[in-house]
Design a protein around this ligand. Structure first.
Ligand code: BG6
Length: 464
């Protein structure tokens, strides 16, 4: 193992907020976290932060900083080189394996004796999470005593309910629930957060969102890309654990929850709002009922097996199925989930179809990407003499209406971790309940021997 030894930063100034990124050369870090850090730095949010990245690919700090610069340049081609360099140069790099105690001893050396706050951000292989936490406990936190400590973890949190429970209990030997941030980046997306306001601040809409008026709801996350270099990870995960267990159940519960009253003025009540909303969303998961097996469609894109080099892989890259909520508000309404890779389009949206007597039903369309917009489709009079109707959109385009670039999801996520705001982070009860659903779903798939059907690369939805 080669360990590059940058100078401890505290030799150059006061102890500050320290962010330690595990997996500092990985896909997620370069694609999402780095660009978010760039915008946070531009906003001045990282003035007091020291950035440390741990990885294995490079052995020197200069090599790593070059890598960061090149990555930033690729993602932010219009940004000034000088500001990209500023961020790249602010990284302290530690080269080493996360399975080696020496790496943690070196990390220790980089940390000041009394840091105000240390934030450990785990964007490394999930199979290493427990090892990292235990090593932090043994080698790092026993030697430095930060005034405050936090840990952020990327999904998947375990492989099932049981492994999540093990992970949680390891985490809790070092961190309290308030110090743990389970990251689901869908909750950092502007339109997803808008759902909360849309429901809480438009009573008519909240009332319309129920089985009395709604025929069906459809959640779609369709991706153009295949699994690419994440084949090993994906072979263990598949679409159900990668997308349904987290992002899609988050969307479902946000749309279906009985939203509490939002109060902006009184901070305490707002905190209460978040607590109540999260409790209700967690409870909703207990009311989820699975569909009959024949309604569950699994797919695998044609080139998947060659891409991951596993000729007989039965891993699903696509899921289409309804879920039901067994409560008076939503009884009988199908919540369709469709998600897949290597499809015709990259798009995510929620479509609520209302009961209707006309040919074109009223719909509420909440588009998350590529655009961020909300459309209400209503029938209006067709121009001309006859009294005939035509569907029209009442449209809110978020970027157009507010004349601003919407912040990236990870910008919001890292910002909120720095602030210590838990609003957009699922808690352990939510995650536990979501695994219960997934465990039951996978048991049903296994019992009924459902296997994925092959679909041509870049098929449009619905695939089957
Ligand atoms: C991640 C999944 O959580 O979300 C990826 O692990 C997926 O497989 C990604 O590609 C989709 O995120 P987004 O923001 O591009 O829709």
């Amino acid at each position: 193992m080669t360990v590059a030894l940058p100078e401890p930063y505290f030799l150059h100034g006061e102890p500050k907020q320290v962010l330690v990124f595990f997996g500092g050369t990985g896909h997620l870090f370069t694609q999402k976290i780095l660009p978010a850090l760039y915008f946070l730095q531009k906003e001045g949010r990282l003035e007091k932060a020291v950035l440390i990245a741990i990885g294995r690919r490079f052995s020197t700090q200069t090599e790593y900083q070059n890598f960061v610069f090149q990555n930033l340049k690729q993602h932010l081609p219009t940004a000034k080189d000088s500001s990209l360099l500023k961020l790249a140069k602010s990284f302290h790099y530690l080269s080493g394996s996360l399975e080696d105690a020496q790496t943690y001893r070196e990390l220790n050396r980089l940390l000041p004796p009394l840091p105000q706050e240390i934030i450990f951000y785990l964007s490394t292989l999930p199979s290493l999470y427990q090892k990292v936490v235990l090593s932090l406990k043994e080698h790092v936190l026993s030697a430095v005593a930060p005034r405050s400590q936090k840990i952020a973890l990327e999904k998947p949190f375990g492989r099932d309910e049981e492994s999540f429970a093990q992970l949680e209990s390891t985490l809790k030997t070092v961190f309290s629930e308030e110090e743990i941030y389970y990251v689901d980046h869908y909750l950092g997306k502007e339109t997803v957060l808008n759902l909360i306001i849309l429901k809480a601040e438009n009573l008519f809409l909240e009332r319309l969102l129920s089985g009395e008026f709604v025929q069906q709801v459809h959640f779609v996350v369709s991706e153009k890309e295949g699994v690419g270099e994440r084949g090993t990870f994906y072979q263990e995960t598949g679409a159900i654990k990668d997308m349904v267990q987290n992002h899609m159940l988050q969307l479902l519960t946000l749309l279906a929850v009985d939203i509490p009253t939002l109060c902006e003025e009184d901070r305490k009540e707002c905190e209460q709002f978040v607590v109540t909303m999260n409790r209700r969303r967690t409870h909703l998961l207990e009311e989820v009922a699975l569909p009959p097996a024949k309604e569950i469609k699994l797919g695998q894109y044609q080139s998947y097996q060659a891409e991951v080099n596993q000729l007989h892989s039965r891993v699903e890259t696509l899921v289409q199925m309804p879920l039901y909520l067994q409560n008076p508000r939503w009884s009988g309404v199908p919540f369709w989930l469709s998600t897949g890779k290597k499809l015709a389009q990259k798009t995510s949206f929620i479509e609520v179809t209302f009961n209707s007597l006309t040919e074109t039903p009223n719909r509420l369309l909440i588009e998350i990407q590529p655009e961020e917009k909300i459309d209400l489709i209503v029938n209006v009079k067709k121009f001309g003499r006859e009294l005939r109707s035509v569907p029209a959109k009442l449209n809110l385009c978020l970027s157009g209406s507010f004349q601003a670039a919407t912040p990236q999801a990870y910008q919001k996520i890292i910002h909120d971790i720095l602030l210590g705001d838990h609003t957009i982070f699922p808690n352990s009860s939510f995650i536990r309940n979501s695994w219960k659903i997934i465990d039951k779903l996978l048991a049903l798939i296994d019992k009924e021997n459902l296997t994925p059907k092959i679909y041509p690369d870049h098929s449009p939805l619905p695939v089957f």
